[in-house]
Design a protein around this ligand. Structure first.
Ligand code: CP
Ligand code: NVA
Length: 330
């Protein structure tokens, strides 16, 4: 394929063509094979990257770190609050300083504009590790996992249940449209994405002969689906007071055995993680004490079932982030 992503930032999938996204997925498969075979691949030795996190992370941070080391790079991690960015130094100044020292910058935080500004002013590739609007690196891992299970993507029915206006849902809708996957957002009307983004996704979907739909009825939405995907009901950065309202809005959208059984017999369950499927976290216990909901967006039974591919999906974050960094830095 004649795809060249050298020097590009990875800020949102809307900036990437279908061919470019497919290229990143196929590069990820190659890196996964190399890692599994124990074949060294320090292709980016001598380069350095910085990881800026204004929100917490397990998978994304570890993926960037391990992928960076595997590629032979130096990696600096700046945790929430430990840089001057925002409070003592403008984004423009921070971007220009980091661009003088590093070959690439990862950013996780709040506004999409901020990550776009980092890319504009730093002069080096910037990778979006999640903003309030989009989570593009998650998408390459998610659709790679789907491909590993079904052999291909085109024509599959992909249902997202939950807060369909969040970063993950917005990104899944766009990724589906780009990759020829039929996307259904299953949520109450008030939790649908911005109308302008839906329209944009529908336009892209038309070019790729697939559909973007919204359906509030869980049984109608999930009938014969190939992939059921959900995410936590309250995203990072949202106030704790919103739990009560969100539980009321989304309780009926829990992925449980009945919902899973309504999907195709070969259907898989995916979740970007972290997930509230039991009471083994302090947040889940606090929410359960107040609202009596021991399992939230997915039941423990589904999460731990053979249909659940969430750990493969989590592993794929590392291989796919490696592909994104390699393609843009090589
Ligand atoms: N899925 C995901 O981005 O996980 P982290 O928040 O742990 O990075
Ligand atoms: N929507 C979630 C995704 C976490 C990976 C959040 O933003 O908290």
């Amino acid at each position: 394929m004649g795809v060249n992503l050298r020097g590009r930032s990875f800020l949102k999938l809307l900036d990437y063509t279908t061919e470019e996204i497919e290229y990143l997925m196929s590069l990820s498969e190659n890196f996964k094979d190399l890692k599994r075979a124990g074949t060294p691949h320090k292709y980016l030795e001598g380069k350095n990257i910085v990881l800026l996190f204004e929100k917490t992370s397990t998978r994304t941070r570890c993926s960037f770190e391990v992928a960076g080391y595997d590629l032979g790079m130096g990696v600096t991690y700046l945790d929430p609050g430990s840089s001057q960015m925002g409070h003592k130094e403008s984004i423009k100044d921070t971007a220009r300083v980091l661009g003088r020292m590093y070959d690439g910058i990862e950013y996780r935080g709040f506004s999409q504009e901020l990550v776009e500004d980092l890319a504009k002013y730093s002069g080096v590739p910037v990778w979006n590790g999640l903003t309030d609007m989009f989570h593009p690196t998650q998408m390459i891992a998610d659709f790679l996992t789907v491909k590993e299970n079904f052999g291909q993507l085109k024509g599959l029915k992909f249902v997202y249940l939950g807060d369909a206006r969040n970063n993950v849902a917005n990104s899944l809708m766009i990724a589906s449209a780009k990759l020829g996957v039929n996307f259904v957002g299953c949520c109450p009307d008030e939790l649908k994405p911005e109308e302008s983004l839906i329209e944009e996704a529908k336009k892209i979907a038309k070019e790729n002969r697939c559909t973007i739909e919204f359906e509030s009825d869980v049984m109608k939405a999930t009938k014969d689906a190939h992939v059921l995907y959900t995410d936590i009901w309250v995203s990072m950065g949202e106030p704790a007071e919103i739990w009560e309202q969100r539980i009321k809005q989304l309780k009926a959208y829990q992925v449980n055995k009945e919902v899973m059984d309504n999907a195709d017999e070969d259907a898989i369950f995916l979740h970007c993680l972290p997930s509230f499927h039991n009471l083994e976290t302090t947040t889940a216990v606090e929410v359960n004490d107040k609202f009596n909901i021991p399992e939230m967006e997915v039941t423990d039974e589904v999460f731990e079932s053979a249909k659940s591919k969430v750990m493969d999906q989590a592993e794929n974050r590392m291989h796919t982030i490696k592909a994104v960094m390699y393609a843009t830095l090589k």
